[in-house]
Design a protein around this ligand. Structure first.
Ligand SMILES: [Zn+2]
Length: 109
């Protein structure tokens, strides 16, 4: 295998399409030739990086962002509900106190 042929074989190797004698020759060449190894490494890392970005990176980032927005909205809703319940309880307590005062004044004084 010559260096000129390697570009094609590097693509085949990275795509798991290399087998048999060609695979063995490829590995032998890669292990003995620094420039072809570097070429293969660059191609491999680039492909993996793009795959991860497509599969996990962008999806996860988007999903995480949407989760964050959802959770924040839930927190805001719960907080508003607690604030509203507190007001209702305060109003009820105020009404109860008023009734008690009216009752006390009306019947005991
Ligand atoms: Zn080479």
């Amino acid at each position: 295998m010559k260096c000129q042929d390697m570009e094609r074989y590097i693509t085949l190797f990275i795509n798991d399409e290399l087998s048999g004698i060609r695979m063995r020759e490829f590995i032998e060449h890669i292990e003995g030739c620094n420039s072809c190894f570097d070429e293969m490494e660059t191609n491999y890392l680039l492909k993996e990086a793009l795959l991860r970005l497509e599969k996990e990176g962008s999806y996860d980032l988007h999903g995480a962002l949407m989760d964050k927005i959802r959770n924040t909205k839930k927190c805001v809703e719960v907080h508003e509900m607690i604030t509203m319940m507190r007001r209702v309880i305060l109003i009820c307590a105020g009404i109860a106190l008023l009734f008690e005062l009216v009752f006390v004044y009306a019947f005991y004084l």
